[in-house]
Design a protein around this ligand. Sequence first.
Ligand SMILES: [Fe+2]
Ligand SMILES: [Fe+2]
Length: 176
Amino acid sequence: MAAPHLVRRFTRSLSRRPPGAADVEWVRSLLTPGEFALWSRLPNQDRSHSVRVARRTEAALASTPWAGDRVWLDAALMHDVGKYDAGLGLYGRVAATLCGAVGGPGMPDAWSGRGGFTRRVGLYLRHGEIGADMIRLAGGPEQSAVWAAAHHHPDTWAGLGLDPQLARALDAADHE
Ligand SMILES: [Fe+2]
Ligand SMILES: [Fe+2]
């Protein structure tokens, strides 16, 4: 039988409920106007996920040196913004994740240069670096762009100068 947290995550990913009005206003208060425009076009489940991640990040950082540092809430809200380009639904995302596991680290680059579903899988697997470019173009903080590009690559965190405690808190907030 599947582990309860996996069942919970899958059930939540099926939910199409949008974030509430108060959450949307909170997000607007944290992002640049350009970032908010990018965030607003995301599907409901991606916006709701980002709000949950940012709320958990806020709680996790409350008793740390980064308490009240809004830049890390921006990073939490924007970490998956690059998923928009792939335009994949739930089952396409499951397929993309499996392809990524089977294909290995060099394949997403090659796939994103092809066409059709292969291209979308490649774009999905590269959502971190694509999101980082989007954040920079939208005038977002550099720390958000760095975290978006790095959030699936823990082996790069130390080299990027990310404090281990901070990176672990951001990462844990992303895993429900
Ligand atoms: Fe991600
Ligand atoms: Fe995420």
